[in-house]
Design a protein around this ligand. Structure first.
Ligand code: FAD
Ligand code: SF4
Length: 483
């Protein structure tokens, strides 16, 4: 008979078990929720998923409610095994438990050995695009010639009002009611959360996640490429899948999801360009970041870019969107406060970009993203925030800083028309905080821009001394106050 398997809260789908009568250990350790203030809806989703899994498994599951993982193992007198945990901290813990066998990782497509072999063949920095091409070949995905490479016009941001039907809502049940009751009690006992409570918006079971994936493939994927790089005040999800938390909780196995997306092109309604972009996220980005997390240790050289030494201001840390007048930032912060989610573009260009311009400490930003988003995880965060948003040193990996001004946000969104600031202006009462902040970033980092032709050209364009001194004085005065 197989050994009892410990399922961590991000290993909850059927692909983390070997057979249909395997005994399971689930641990609900309160320390996870007490250590640092987590978004209330993230705490709800994790607890709900864990308890739903225990209910599905019935007598096969032993659910222990403890203060810490260690307490749970102190109580157990039988051998237990676990699949490779998904964070360094959990791995350290697993290795410290006498007799706990650690099995290879599940929930990812590329094996560590395959990644290492690929990485060793690379000359120069590791690049996502090279890895993605390798993964397509290695797993024989999208190998047939492109019949219909789409040349569709990307939408103007202002077209972007509800282009696709929203995902069907998940329906809460008695388990969710009990979770809400427990979280209210913990909050009354002094456990701190950020964000607002609200109906559960993301799948907590394999069945719910499968249903959302099926709906996405049929109704939303066909428009995915057209809306992937824009933002809209009218629709915070656009044609994104909203499935990242389902992959992270382990509810969905990415391998069949990639195959299903491929079928949506071959036999279904989705154009190849849309499917290719979606698969690039799942088979490319997600796998690349996971492997990097274990393959290279991200290191901050100093504090990333010079001057990235400011603490996160309280209004940002506490998701106080009402304190903000800048329309894009207020809207994105409110979306995070109310839903614990926003898609890739606002994360990078509204949240990460602002933090980069203002010199906020990368490590605090990583921690904030991780606690405030339903899908926030250590392994995505390290490389994404440190490498992309903050362009800190991630050894051996190609990174670029994502700094843009208000005119770029205006091009890809419908925010600026309703804002009290003007995206073209860097100076004066109407100066857009992103445009002034962008110029401040260029001037403060001028010595490092030689490697980035786009930013170097922007600096030359905006380097008139009188203008520069006025912008620096204005933006240094604005500092990290809510814009
Ligand atoms: C500053 C910053 C922080 C981020 N933090 C996280 C995080 O903690 N966890 C997280 O999963 N993603 C993170 N991302 C990546 C990306 O924003 C989310 O994966 C995506 O928005 C999830 O929404 P979705 O499921 O609708 O994605 P879709 O656009 O529908 O993409 C499909 C799937 O592909 C995968 N994927 C796509 N892009 C990425 C990516 N860049 N990195 C990893 N997986 C990707 C996800 O599993 C996603 O569900 C971050 C991005 C930025 C810029
Ligand atoms: S003008 Fe500036 S602050 Fe206002 S919405 Fe546009 S980019 Fe954001």
């Amino acid at each position: 008979m197989s050994c009892r398997r410990w399922l961590l809260a991000d290993q909850l789908g059927p692909h983390f078990l070997d057979d249909s009568d395997q005994q399971v250990l689930l641990i609900e350790a309160r320390e996870l929720f007490r250590r640092r203030p987590m978004h209330r809806q993230k705490a709800h989703l994790i607890l709900s998923a864990l308890r739903h899994r225990a209910a599905e498994l019935g007598d096969r599951a032993l659910l222990l409610r403890t203060g810490t993982f260690r307490e749970a193992f102190d109580r157990l007198a039988e051998p237990v095994e676990v699949c490779h945990p998904h964070s360094r901290a959990a791995m350290r813990f697993a290795r410290s438990v006498p007799g706990l066998a650690v099995l290879p990782a599940r929930g990812f497509i590329t094996s560590p050995a395959d990644f290492a072999a690929w990485a060793e063949q690379q000359r120069g920095p590791l690049r996502l695009d090279d890895f993605y091409r390798h993964a397509l070949r290695r797993h024989d995905v999208l190998s047939a010639p492109a019949g219909d490479v789409s040349t569709r016009r990307p939408p103007r941001a202002t077209d972007a009002t509800r282009p696709v039907p929203p995902p069907p809502p998940v329906v809460e049940d008695d388990i969710d009611a009990q979770v809400r009751h427990d979280l209210d009690r913990w909050a009354a006992d002094g456990v701190r959360f950020v964000g607002r409570d609200g109906p559960r918006r993301f799948p907590a079971t394999h069945a719910e996640a499968e249903a959302r994936l099926a709906h996405f493939l049929r109704h939303r994927l066909p428009e995915y490429d057209r809306y992937a790089e824009v933002m809209s005040a009218h629709d915070p999800l656009l044609a994104h899948s909203g499935l990242s938390s389902s992959f992270h909780l382990g509810l969905l196995d990415p391998r069949p999801a990639v195959r299903a997306a491929e079928r949506a092109w071959r036999d279904g309604p989705a154009p190849r360009a849309a499917v290719e972009l979606f698969i690039r996220g799942l088979l490319g980005w997600r796998e690349f970041l996971w492997q990097l997390y274990w393959y290279v240790e991200p290191r901050l050289r100093g504090a990333g870019w010079p001057a990235a030494t400011e603490p996160l201001p309280q209004w940002f840390a506490e998701l106080d969107a009402d304190a903000v007048e800048a329309r894009c930032l207020a809207d994105v912060l409110a979306t995070v406060r109310d839903t614990a989610f926003t898609h890739h573009v606002p994360r990078l260009l509204v949240l990460g970009n602002y933090a980069l311009q203002r010199g906020w400490r990368p490590a605090e930003l990583v921690d904030w993203f991780q606690r405030s988003f339903v899908d926030g995880t250590d392994w995505v965060m390290n490389a994404t925030v440190l490498g992309m948003s903050h362009h800190a040193e991630v050894s051996a990996v190609e990174t670029r800083p994502y700094a843009v001004d208000g005119t770029y946000i205006d091009e890809i969104s419908d925010y600026c028309a309703g804002c009290r600031y003007s995206p073209e202006r860097a100076l004066g009462d109407l100066a857009c905080p992103y445009t002034g902040g962008f110029e401040m970033f260029l001037h403060r980092n001028r010595g490092r821009l030689v490697d980035d032709p786009r930013l170097a050209a922007e600096l030359i364009r905006r380097d008139e001394p009188e203008h520069r001194d006025a912008v620096l004085a204005q933006e240094e005065k604005r500092g990290s106050t809510a814009p």
